[in-house]
Design a protein around this ligand. Structure first.
Ligand code: FAD
Length: 456
């Protein structure tokens, strides 16, 4: 029988360890993607993520067909679907790249167990992380909660493996088999169609991911360290959604950056190291998620459970979500997010700090909004980022470090270019008055934080 390759967060054909291994078995390939909104504990995708997935599946379908294969699409609980597919095709083996959330791991372990019990081979591979979370351990054999020693431990060991080349052909299984149409899944918004800005900003898919990486390495890598904090500069890689969906692997990013940095010296070489360190933060977020599966809902530091969040002010939350707070950098960021499905990292930090510390809104509200609106919404990096800003997380900014959005704007957007690009009415009468008093809310936040330090 054929070999099934189950695609999940790895929508690419090059450097795909599971596909690579399946091809070595020299069996015909059945490639499948399952839209699983039924298995227990699997977090439903947000709106922007669904838009991205739709485009990315179209792209993967085309790449597989160009190589002689075919992508089967099914919707429902993954366990029964894999079992059906094995029965329908009489498959001999199933291959996949690992996932790291608890619900996904539990599901994958159960499926592997059932397959093997039924006499079907099942194999999983490391495709989405450079360092498998359980392989990086402290001297005491535990997990890391601080980034610097974590990354030191990662980089002290053997370097990440070299990427596998793209296959030259994929012998598709020729039996008859039913597949959904991606257009029938309703992943794209219709009425209203809010995705125009996403379409104008992004091109999902493996080929585009490679092009984005090449452009970044050629044009921006040498100045990355200097410019990466300024949202008006086009200084960062824009790889995050491509990495989130596995259209490119961190191994490919790593290897290409190693090659590019051979020609660099001085600050440009420092920039390359800095960029790879950011890839390290992604690894760290997954390390933390692996060891704290409730990252999106539970304070990593339990002391934060004592934080006295006031009752939620829904109108104020809506003002933040829609970029109507009267603070230029905040509103620019929130509007960029709504329009493009992304936001510059510096501005993510400042908008998150503003929500948590100047509006006293529980970080989980912000995490949910980002989850729904970001094209790179990631089960590890998003809650990790929110807990980092809140001060409740791993290696977090201390709670009492409260960004002043006006000072942040003056420092990182000195010509107000980013603000004006995103908030056209900025500085006119049409622009809203400030939602909060920065000094007063800062004092209130610090008073509330006392409860974390000295719980009643
Ligand atoms: P670059 O600067 O080019 O960095 C290269 C890659 O490194 C990124 O693509 C990303 O994969 C990784 N990376 C960089 N910074 C971080 C970081 N702080 N944490 C984890 N990985 C990082 N990133 C996501 O991918 N998904 C999210 O859902 C997400 N939510 C965030 C929420 C908050 C509140 C904050 C403060 C940060 C969040 N980040 C998230 C991290 C970071 O903002 C984005 O990865 C970055 O802005 C993406 O732009 P880039 O690809 O141009 O980054």
């Amino acid at each position: 029988g054929p070999a099934i390759v189950w695609f999940r967060d790895d929508l690419r054909v090059a450097d795909h360890p599971a596909l690579h291994a399946a091809l070595e078995h020299e069996r015909p390939i059945v490639a499948i993607y399952i839209l699983d909104e039924e298995s227990p504990g699997v977090r439903p995708l947000g709106g922007a993520a669904r838009w991205w997935l739709h485009q990315s599946l179209r792209s993967l379908t085309a790449s597989l067909e160009a190589l002689g294969g075919r992508l089967i699409l099914r919707r429902g609980a993954a366990g029964p679907i894999i079992a059906d597919l094995v029965r329908e095709t009489d498959a001999a083996a199933v291959f996949w790249n690992r996932r790291y959330g608890l619900a996904e791991r539990t599901l994958d372990t159960a499926i592997k167990h059932d397959l093997r019990a039924g006499g079907v081979d099942a194999h999983s591979y490391a495709g989405s992380l450079l360092f498998e979370p359980w392989t990086i351990q402290t001297g005491q054999g535990g997990s890391y909660s601080v980034f610097t020693p974590f990354w030191r431990a990662c980089t002290a060991g053997p370097p990440p493996r070299a990427p596998f080349p793209a296959p030259s052909a994929i012998p598709g299984w020729t039996g008859e088999i039913a597949s959904d149409e991606v257009d029938g899944w309703g992943l794209e918004p219709s009425a209203p169609d809010w995705a125009a800005g996403l379409r104008a900003t992004w091109e999902p898919g493996e080929a585009s991911a490679q092009a984005v990486l090449a452009t970044f390495l050629a044009e921006s890598l040498p100045h990355y360290a200097r410019d990466r904090d300024e949202p008006a500069q086009n200084a960062t890689s824009h790889l995050s959604p491509h990495l989130r969906w596995g259209e490119i692997s961190p191994h490919q990013v790593w290897a290409a950056t190693q090659t590019a940095q051979r020609d660099l010296t001085g600050p440009a070489l420092t920039s390359a190291t800095r960029f790879l360190t950011e890839i390290g933060w992604r690894e760290f977020a997954y390390h933390v998620l692996f060891h704290a599966p409730d990252l999106a809902t539970k304070n990593l530091r339990p002391a934060f459970d004592a934080f006295p969040w006031p009752p939620l002010d829904h109108e104020a939350l809506a003002a933040w979500q829609q970029g109507r707070t009267g603070f230029g950098l905040i509103d620019a960021g929130m509007r960029e997010l709504w329009r493009t499905g992304s936001m510059h990292n510096r501005v993510r930090m400042v908008t998150a700090s503003f929500l948590i510390k100047n509006m006293l809104v529980d970080w989980r509200e912000g995490e949910r909004w980002f989850w729904d609106t970001l094209v790179d919404a990631d089960a590890a990096s998003n809650p990790f980022g929110w807990q980092w800003v809140a001060g409740s997380g791993a290696d977090a900014a201390p709670y009492f470090r409260i960004f002043n959005p006006d000072l942040q704007a003056a420092k990182f957007d000195p010509r107000q270019q980013y603000i004006r690009d995103n908030v056209t009415e900025y500085g006119t009468n049409a622009y809203p008055a400030p939602l909060v008093d920065l000094g007063e809310t800062r004092r209130a936040a610090l008073a509330a934080y006392e409860r974390v330090k000295n719980p009643a």
